[in-house]
Design a protein around this ligand. Structure first.
Ligand SMILES: [Mg+2]
Length: 395
């Protein structure tokens, strides 16, 4: 679910100025040469939009009332709305002051069908905050976001799972998030105008035109494939994986392999969340229930399994637990930053190295065949590669 407040700043201003409802209202600094920060739909009808110079907006719509922004009020209402949404599910990702993604997977059993939850949210926002919002429902974040855009203002659009591709196909490619005007122009030269055109295009032609990373990403979105999870960025400041063993493991190769398995799992989750980490933590619990953790900050952020594993293995070495047995191992990634801007990780373009390639293929296989599909093979191949010429482990 994507929830987006309608003309948020302007709507908040109207709460304390009900007599202005139904009139064109512009929120903008009233002194100096500022730009519009928000406009009601009545003002938008005159061509006014955010980021337009205020003077130009006044010319386009002389009858508009211009209100000075009150940012504390927006932050207050935003916090209230987000807290209310967090009651629906803890799996909520706030993407700006007035919009959020919610993963309803867990909430459906408790609260009923998605549409019902969406209407309940819309009603609560209206009653408690005297503003309206729009709701988009779909099988992925990208579809939900496009749906909420279509629902505006003050509506709800649900795209049933099986209708996803049919819903996307007639839309202009620019509806896909991450597809800017420059890419749209490049695609138009190939005769690719709608999302359907893009979905039907040969992969090679698209990748040649806009690059491998962006090409693969946008082709997948156009075909209704978007596995990006909702990342609860306020509650969840870290991504990790840990496991308690059925039988305690002695220090050595088997434990090293478990660390690699956890590093790989955590890194995969990190990439799925489209994040990079600055910090790697290793947690080890020994058979006598003592827990040890070690943390290291990296020289630069990464999402690559090999780099994360290398640090985790070093941290394990520093713990000097030789001779003891381990009952739990965990790898946690912190200092998370969005891999934003680029639709795919910059390392693909900057240094198309083997590691990014291995990770990318591994992630693709998992997307198609499930989380467990590649783990064993990945580990076997790495163990082989990481063995030195004399057969000694280089892990
Ligand atoms: Mg909005």
């Amino acid at each position: 679910m994507h929830v987006d407040m309608d003309a948020f700043y302007a709507s908040v201003e109207l709460v304390s100025r009900p007599r202005l409802r139904g009139r064109p209202v512009i929120v903008a600094p009233t002194h100096g040469r500022g730009v519009v920060v928000a406009a009601t739909y009545e003002a938008r009808a005159f061509g006014v939009h955010a980021a337009m110079p205020t003077a130009q907006a006044r010319r386009l719509c002389p009858s508009a009332v211009v209100i000075e922004p009150h940012r504390e009020a927006y932050a207050r209402v935003s916090a209230g709305v987000m807290a209310m949404l967090a009651d629906v599910t803890p799996v909520i990702e706030q993407v700006s002051i007035d919009e959020a993604f919610l993963d309803l997977t867990g909430a459906l059993a408790r609260l009923g069908p998605a549409r019902q939850i969406g209407e309940a949210i819309r009603q609560s926002v209206r009653e408690r905050f005297s503003i309206t919002c729009s709701v988009g429902l779909g099988r992925s974040k990208s579809v939900a976001k496009i749906a909420s855009e279509q629902a505006k203002p003050n509506g709800l659009v649900e795209v049933p799972d099986q209708d996803t591709v049919a819903f996307l196909r007639p839309l202009a490619v620019s509806a896909l998030s991450g597809l800017g005007p420059k890419t749209a122009a490049t695609l138009a030269e190939l005769g690719v105008v709608s999302i359907g055109d893009l979905a039907d295009s040969p992969d090679a032609a698209i990748i040649r035109a806009i690059g491998q990373a962006a090409g693969e990403h946008l082709l997948a979105l156009a075909r209704g494939q978007d596995e990006a999870p909702v990342v609860p960025d306020r509650a969840e400041k870290s991504i990790g994986a840990e496991e308690t063993f059925a039988a305690d493991l002695p220090w050595g190769e088997d434990l090293r392999r478990e660390i690699l398995r956890m590093a790989d799992k955590a890194a995969h989750r990190l990439r799925r969340a489209e994040m990079l980490c600055w910090t790697v933590s290793l947690k080890l619990r020994t058979a006598d229930f003592k827990t040890f953790t070690r943390t290291r900050r990296l020289a630069g952020p990464t999402d690559q399994t090999k780099a994360i594993n290398a640090v985790a293995q070093e941290l394990a070495g520093e713990l000097q637990l030789a001779g003891r047995r381990a009952r739990l191992v965990g790898v946690r990634l912190e200092g998370l930053v969005k891999r934003s801007g680029q639709p795919l990780q910059p390392t693909f373009d900057q240094a198309p190295g083997e590691d990014a390639g291995v990770d990318r293929v591994a992630d693709q296989v998992r997307r198609r065949f499930g989380d467990g599909s590649l783990t064993a093979g990945t580990l076997i191949s790495w163990r082989t590669r990481l063995r030195g010429p004399a057969g000694e482990s280089m892990l």
